[in-house]
Design a protein around this ligand. Structure first.
Ligand SMILES: Cc1cc2nc3c(=O)[nH]c(=O)nc-3n(C[C@H](O)[C@H](O)[C@H](O)COP(=O)(O)OP(=O)(O)OC[C@H]3O[C@@H](n4cnc5c(N)ncnc54)[C@H](O)[C@@H]3O)c2cc1C
Length: 365
């Protein structure tokens, strides 16, 4: 029977916890989630999960088969939740996705993976101020997640399965977990998002520069829209900022989020007013339905990027002052895809730790 500690209460840590409890019901004796921030906390722009859009729109390229596998799971799971557990905060909306014609079709269009897939007409492209000679559009069944509702829903499921939750101060280094819990856990899940590089600096220094923030900026509006809209490359005449795009996701509880930007390497927490103006101008241009909007909040947050993509891998680190080691499985660095690949990443993590869970012999220090 093994003792597992999850470090991090964002969507990656919570989904990993749920998946472990569901996959190894008789083999995990104790599973505790420790974290410095929890759903409901809005003070930290580097605790990313509360700030996500959040919809499903896989960024995986055709050749990134591992990432495609991860993203498929959540599309299916969100479909089930939207039907059977609306209290999860997951609601189905169509997504209208617009791309340059020169871009390859996304894998989920090519594989006909998404449901209710259709091509957007030239007439609609013109209505949305996109030249049909330059742009193409797809529409399909999709989902929006209200982050806080959803993450609390996950916690409630975890607690029902016997998982424990505890707020702790930010740990300086991953092996500090041993002091905090008073024993050497059989397994630690490192789901610390954009802070993972700093947390590993003493034991895995090459991660420090690999983990990078990708700043986003979002406006929340009261107006509704019956579909999501994404324009990946903005027309030049709109004079958007580099890396700016349009995302509009209506939420189950009403209103929409409007974004955004994808600024790699930017740790700042400042809302840029000129970017907010530009986001609204782009929204008005492509979505005449939202010519008039009431912004009630604007914020920035950091996507947890990582060179080489998400790290789902087992490591073993020496524990200072002992001859023991700490077994850690990582689940961080998912960038802008933390919700849409949450179930697939957690499933991959669960299969990687099967032997560790089976061979557990927890002992005191
Ligand atoms: C503007 C924006 C829009 C987005 N839109 C989407 C979208 O539409 N779809 C989608 O799938 N994704 C989207 N994302 C990405 C998604 O939000 C992230 O991928 C996801 O939230 C990452 O979750 P995480 O659990 O890995 O990290 P986090 O949510 O950051 O969680 C990390 C956890 O670790 C804890 N922690 C960190 N360091 C320590 C420490 N030293 N000691 C103790 N605890 C620690 C924190 O308190 C926190 O609980 C968006 C992100 C942004 C910013």
């Amino acid at each position: 029977m093994s003792k597992v500690v999850i470090l991090g209460a964002g969507v990656s840590g919570l989904t990993s916890a749920l998946c472990l409890l569901q996959t190894y019901p008789g083999q995990i004796k104790d599973l505790s989630i420790l974290s410095s921030e929890w759903p409901g906390d809005y003070h930290a722009h580097d605790f990313t999960s509360p700030w996500a859009g959040a919809n499903w729109a896989s960024f995986a390229q055709q050749h990134e088969t591992d990432q495609i596998t991860r993203d498929k799971d959540a599309y299916i799971k969100f479909g089930q939740l939207s039907k059977t557990e609306p209290e999860s905060g997951v609601k189905s909306f169509p997504l209208k996705m617009f791309l340059l014609k020169s871009h390859p079709d996304p894998w989920y269009v090519e594989q006909n993976f998404v449901e209710e897939l259709k091509v957007v007409s030239d007439e609609e492209l013109r209505y949305r101020n996109m030249d049909p000679a330059l742009y193409k559009g797809f529409e399909f069944k999709n989902f929006t997640v209200t982050p806080n509702v959803y993450n609390n829903y996950l916690i409630s499921k975890i607690v029902k399965l016997g998982g424990k939750v505890k707020r702790v101060p930010r740990l300086d280094t991953i092996t500090d977990i041993v002091k905090v819990v008073g024993h050497v856990p059989d397994l630690v899940v490192n789901a610390t998002g954009v802070n993972a590089g700093k947390l590993l600096r003493k034991v895995d220094p090459s991660e420090v520069n690999k983990v990078v923030p990708i700043k986003g900026q979002i406006l929340q509006i009261y107006e509704d829209l019956p579909y999501q809209v994404m324009v990946e490359t903005l027309p030049k005449e709109l004079k958007g900022k580099p890396n700016q795009f349009l995302n509009i996701f209506p939420r189950a509880e009403g209103g929409c989020i409007v974004g955004g930007i994808f600024n790699k390497g930017d740790w700042s927490s400042t809302v840029e007013e000129d970017l907010s103006k530009s986001i609204l101008a782009v929204c008005r241009n492509h979505v005449p339905e939202l010519k008039s909007t009431t912004v009630y909040n604007s914020y920035v947050a950091l996507r947890p990027g990582r060179e080489g993509g998400v790290r789902i891998e087992l490591s073993e680190y020496p524990i200072d002052g002992t001859s023991r080691t700490l077994r850690v499985v990582h689940n961080y660095g998912i960038g802008g895809a933390g919700y849409q690949s949450s179930y697939g990443s957690a499933a991959e993590l669960c299969s990687k730790v099967a032997k560790v869970i089976a061979s557990a012999k927890t002992s005191k220090l």
